[in-house]
Design a protein around this ligand. Structure first.
Ligand code: 5GP
Length: 163
């Protein structure tokens, strides 16, 4: 498909290493990696390992409900992160893609006034993003198929719903 940007698992492995290398080369050394659930969690885990950072936090934000269909505004979902846990920390906020950039903007706002330093890292950034990310693996304006969300959820083959 030409209208989609396709990231395979194999290419993802390379992308995550290259993104981590970009962060390392910049001299930014995060105390905390903060992954935005769910799309940012796999990249956040990969970056935390590659950057040798053991403090891995998550924050859950919902915006998109389907291909190009989204809520009016991004909303934070429980369990809520305590912003005081980020006091005086250098935080690397990680997501899969900055599309409108409003999810990252919300998270950056939530962290501001607490963190010492905040930088953002994404696999993809789109031209319309309101946030200019500090670290980007690739730029595209197409809809991206990520390896973790392209296939539908698995369903039970036994037909048993209640275990
Ligand atoms: P934003 O707030 O930057 O518009 O996008 C937030 C979230 O929407 C992303 O973290 C991602 O989960 C989802 N999203 C935005 N654009 C795409 C896309 O092109 N492909 C997929 N699979 N998800 C997207």
């Amino acid at each position: 498909e030409q209208d989609r940007e396709v990231l395979t698992w194999e290419l993802y492995g390379q992308a995550a290493r290259e993104l981590a290398q970009t962060v390392a080369d910049s001299g930014f050394v995060p105390d905390v990696v903060l992954g935005i659930a769910r799309g940012g969690l796999i990249p956040a885990g990969s970056l935390a390992y590659a950057l040798d950072c053991k403090n891995l936090f998550t924050i859950s934000v919902e915006f998109y409900t389907g291909v190009d269909s989204r809520l009016d505004v991004p909303v934070m979902l429980p369990p809520f992160l305590n912003a005081h846990d980020l006091d005086e920390a250098s935080v690397l906020v990680v997501d899969d893609v900055a599309d409108t950039g409003r999810t990252l903007e919300l998270v950056a706002e939530f962290c501001s006034g607490h963190v010492r330093d905040l930088q953002t890292a994404v696999l993809y950034e789109k031209p319309q993003s309101v946030i200019t990310c500090d670290h980007v693996w690739k730029r595209t304006s197409r809809w991206i198929n990520f390896p973790w969300s392209t296939q539908p959820p698995v369903t039970s083959r036994s037909g048993v719903v209640d275990a």
